[in-house]
Write a protein of this length. Structure first.
Length: 449
């Protein structure tokens, strides 16, 4: 064991980063528990497309383990990866259910976007694109996805229901329906845990909701809300129903260009923001630049490609990795430890199978993640109307049209227009003009996105 620890110390540079094996392992476990909710939420969301729940669970765990391992070993950063929140919702509700695209074709779109992302990374075009997109639009996309995810959480929990007169309204059974009351309990508990900055708050909130959902009806003799898992441990379910089922040729179709772009765009900036944020917290930035950024983005793009082959949506870096950094994680060993935890999680499928289908357990997590993503609203220049209009339209159109891609498209159409009228047209990068024209043509010739 001592020899192995010494080898790991030399490889990851424990001394240079002021850390040790024990600290890195504990940091990795901490990161895992802060993002373990994805093991429940991702199969729950993607299962609505008709994909096999067990297969998606295995794909989620393996892709998270593989991506985190790559990030740790290749880039030596304490950043974990898993299928991204927002992108899985876009995959399910916009692409598959909204546009009636087969989930196999949607997986093909994820694969194609990952290949493009890899090419952009290797050729360093990625940096040019990131630098060309206005900061306001980047923040708006993140906030818009947050509202979109939260809306899905409220909808799935039946807190918000359809209304012919107002389109949506608050459920009149809000304080009488047991399932909604359980959701509200989970939301309150999770929010309080977040306020107290408890590590793994979202995951602990889900577990608390499940326990209450099982115990309270039994104590009061009410109808069962949450079933007790038949067992805790089991061998992982088969991944065959989703493994290598992607339709790449179908995804190359002209009508799916916008879908591929949406996957690519969100992944591109989600990763950039997470990498800078977490590494800044860990003190790993040098001259305000990220060393080995190419390796980190290479790991992400390869992880996304493998995820689509396994049967899940785009894999991306998780901001929850900051919890591991706060616990002392400074090297890729933290990510390796997180990867090992995801492998171990494969044997807990009976719990996921029981809880993933209960909206009262998963919906609070969606709402809280929405809150976290909406925090980027404060970074938008609301005092500048030429910035505020495209940002606001990007944000509001995502939940109103139930489409992340539509919000992105409208933002890119309005941004160059407002800047031209404002007299700042020369400050807008040519790439933004090109994208704006492409989206206008997309609306004209191919209808809604």
């Amino acid at each position: 064991m001592a020899k192995l620890t010494s080898m790991l110390s030399n490889y990851f540079g424990f001394k240079e980063h002021g850390t040790n094996f024990k600290t890195e392992m504990l940091a990795g476990v901490t990161t895992f528990f802060t993002m373990a909710y994805i093991l429940l939420v991702n199969p729950s969301i993607m299962g609505e497309t008709g994909m096999d729940l067990g297969a998606v669970f295995v794909a989620t765990a393996i892709s998270a383990a593989f991506g985190s391992l790559l990030m740790g070993v290749i880039a030596n950063y304490p950043i974990a990866l898993a299928p991204g929140m927002g992108l899985n919702a876009y995959f399910t509700y916009t692409v598959v259910l909204g546009m009636n695209v087969p989930w196999q074709t949607a997986l093909g779109a994820v694969f194609v976007s990952s290949v493009i992302f890899l090419i952009l990374t290797v050729t360093k075009v990625r940096e040019m694109i990131i630098n060309s997109i206005p900061a306001g639009l980047k923040y708006a996309v993140s906030a818009g996805i947050g509202l979109f995810i939260a809306f899905i959480g409220f909808k799935n929990a039946q807190i918000i229901i359809p209304n012919e007169a107002t389109y949506v309204s608050l459920n009149p059974e809000l304080v009488t329906k047991p399932e909604i009351l359980l959701t509200l309990f989970g939301l309150i508990v999770t929010a309080l845990l977040m306020v107290r900055k408890v590590r793994g708050a979202i995951f602990l909130g889900m577990l608390s909701t499940a326990v209450v959902g099982i115990a309270v009806p039994k104590l009061l003799g009410l109808q069962e809300i949450v079933k007790v898992p038949s067992q805790i441990f089991s061998l992982p379910p088969s991944i065959a129903p989703t493994f290598m089922q992607l339709d790449i040729m179908g995804a190359v179709d002209l009508g799916l260009i916008t879908i591929v772009f949406a996957f690519l765009f969100v992944d591109l900036f989600d990763n950039a923001g997470t990498l800078v944020g977490v590494t800044s917290q860990a003190g790993l930035l040098k001259d305000n630049k990220l060393p080995r950024a190419g390796r980190a983005l290479f790991a992400d793009s390869v992880a996304s490609m493998s995820g689509s082959l396994l049967g899940t949506s785009t894999v991306t870096s998780y901001i929850e990795s900051s919890a591991g950094v706060a616990s002392g994680g400074r090297t890729g060993m933290t990510s390796v430890a997180t990867a090992l935890c995801f492998v171990a999680a494969l044997f807990f499928f009976p719990v996921v199978e029981t809880f993933a289908s209960v909206a009262a357990i998963t919906s609070p997590a969606l709402i809280i993640v929405g809150v976290l993503m909406a925090s980027s609203l404060k970074k938008i220049e609301w005092d500048s109307f030429s910035e505020a209009v495209p940002a606001f339209l990007t944000i509001i159109m995502m939940p109103l049209t139930f489409s992340i891609a539509t919000g992105i498209a409208i933002g890119f159409v309005f941004y160059p227009l407002t800047k031209l009228v404002n007299g700042d047209g020369k400050k807008v990068h040519p790439i933004v003009y090109v994208l704006g024209i492409i989206f206008i043509l997309r609306f004209i010739f191919l209808g809604s996105i």
